[in-house]
Design a protein around this ligand. Structure first.
Ligand code: EPU
Length: 437
């Protein structure tokens, strides 16, 4: 288990550069499975989620070449079945394997998907995915260690309506429908920028996809797809994380590669809290302009709302705002576990079952602690804490960097699931810490 020992209380100042979004790149890698010719993906970050997906693709015969600068080539010309025991070795390490279903069914007629991993931020069921796949004609068998799928009559276009605009289930529909016979109409789709980038990739491969109004996506199946060459969309979750770190530590961070368009909702909130930013051609400078930070009321939501992945690091900055802030989490039912450690460090955060601060959500009256009230400003104190999940873990690290004194943050390897070279980046920002593996 790796650990950092942080001498906090110093502003983070400097520059970090982003690569492609974790939540796009891993799906783009799966899309390459659909191509009969090789693909090239640019700006791929060196994170452990990319490693897991690479290993699973390689098990299925994909030849991957990955360079330090983020250039990845994926040759899927000779895809083959993998041994269940080898696939199973990756059980619990990522959520991406569920997206292998459609592409493997198209390429091989069968698929075995191991039990999924990912952050423990709620139940994270896969019922939408399984329902979608059944709509296309897949037959699903549940095994003790995962699921086995086949498509005895091939996959056919379908009319699919999602009960909630799930990112993963929308991607499942896209990756399955592009080569299914006939037309698919998806309503209730998620329309996150990462999904639009995946659609752009699939179009480059030969797919026919139209994004209509009101969350409707129409796909006309084609019989063959080729590889693609694509530069991945930047990681807006990482950008928001460093922005919050600048604010919480009274620092000044230039985030190279961040773009305004995909971050507008975040930028509005950042400004309301009292943070300042300057948008340049090659990135965005985020800084604390001095003076008091202001409390805000936020509700996380699907795009174009305030992303659920943005709230955790921002909550650390909100502990420094003068007054009461409210964060109502409406995407995941259990995403405030990280606040416990912040309270241990002197934060005053109370979590509630009620839908506070806005509209009632689907978690209301269901015993989920999904609203947080943050009272500030408080002086954060150093503590020994353990990283619980990816975004919560980043927020713990930010709290340790903001708190005066020496904190030990353990289990930090979890952060490398989604933040490339974060130890090097902390060094570049002048953080005072030691790292042990
Ligand atoms: N849901 C179901 N059934 C399903 C699928 C989803 O009930 O079959 C529910 C989930 O439990 C959740 C909601 O629908 O309450 C939304 O889940 P969604 O499917 O949109 O999330 P996801 O695809 O599993 C991706 C990102 C998350 C990000 C969410 C929301 C990846 C690998 N993960 O998850 O990222 O928070 O979309 O934008 O793309 C992260 O990066 O730390 C992270 C958790």
């Amino acid at each position: 288990m790796s650990q950092i020992t942080v001498h906090g209380g110093k502003p983070l100042i400097g520059r970090v550069d982003l690569k492609g979004a974790k939540n796009l790149v891993t799906k783009a890698m799966v899309a390459a499975l659909l191509g009969e010719t090789p693909s090239v993906l640019k700006d791929v970050p060196h994170i452990s989620d990319v490693e897991v997906v690479s290993r699973l693709l390689e098990l299925h015969g994909v030849i991957i070449d990955f360079h330090e600068d983020g250039l990845m080539s994926l040759d899927s010309s000779n895809v083959g079945s993998a041994r269940m025991v080898d696939i199973d070795a990756h059980a619990g390490s990522s959520r991406i394997p569920i997206l292998f279903c459609g592409p493997l069914l198209h390429r091989l007629g069968e698929a075995f998907i191991p039990d999924l991993g990912g952050c423990h931020i709620g139940d994270r069921p896969i019922d939408f995915h399984l329902e979608v796949l059944r709509n296309f004609g897949a037959v699903i068998e549940k095994l003790p260690t995962g699921i086995r799928l086949s498509a005895p009559n091939g996959l056919h276009g379908a009319k699919v309506a999602l009960p909630y605009p799930s990112v993963g289930a929308t991607e499942q529909v896209l990756l399955t429908s592009v080569r299914a016979e006939g037309i698919t109409e998806l309503s209730g789709a998620a329309i996150e920028p990462e999904i639009m980038d995946l659609i752009a990739i699939l179009q480059k491969m030969g797919a026919i996809i139209s994004v209509d109004t009101d969350r409707v996506i129409r796909i006309e199946g084609v019989s063959r797809l080729d590889g693609y060459t694509h530069r991945a969309l930047f990681d807006r979750n990482e950008a928001a994380s460093w922005a919050a770190a600048a604010l919480a530590t009274k620092g000044d961070i230039f985030v190279g590669g961040a773009k305004q368009q995909e971050m507008m909702t975040f930028l509005n909130v950042f400004r309301k809290v009292g943070g300042a930013f300057e948008i340049e051609d090659d990135g965005i400078r985020f800084f604390h302009p001095g003076g008091d930070l202001q409390p805000v009321v936020i509700e996380t939501d699907v795009h174009p709302g305030f992303m659920t992945d943005w709230q955790q690091p921002l909550v650390v900055a909100l502990t420094q705002a003068k007054g009461l802030s409210i964060v109502h989490e409406t995407v995941y039912e259990n995403r405030f576990g990280f606040t416990e450690a912040l309270n241990q460090m002197g934060a005053q955060i109370q979590i509630y079952r009620e839908c506070l601060g806005g509209n009632p959500c689907r978690f209301g009256q269901r015993n989920f602690y999904h609203s947080a009230v943050i009272s500030g400003p408080v002086e954060l104190k150093a503590a020994d804490i353990r990283v619980p999940d990816l975004r919560g873990g980043f927020s713990h690290m930010v709290a340790a960097l903001a708190a005066k004194g020496v904190s030990n943050v353990s289990n930090v390897q979890l952060i490398s699931r989604g933040y490339e070279h974060f130890i090097d980046k902390l060094e570049a920002l002048g953080a005072d810490f030691t790292y042990s593996d």
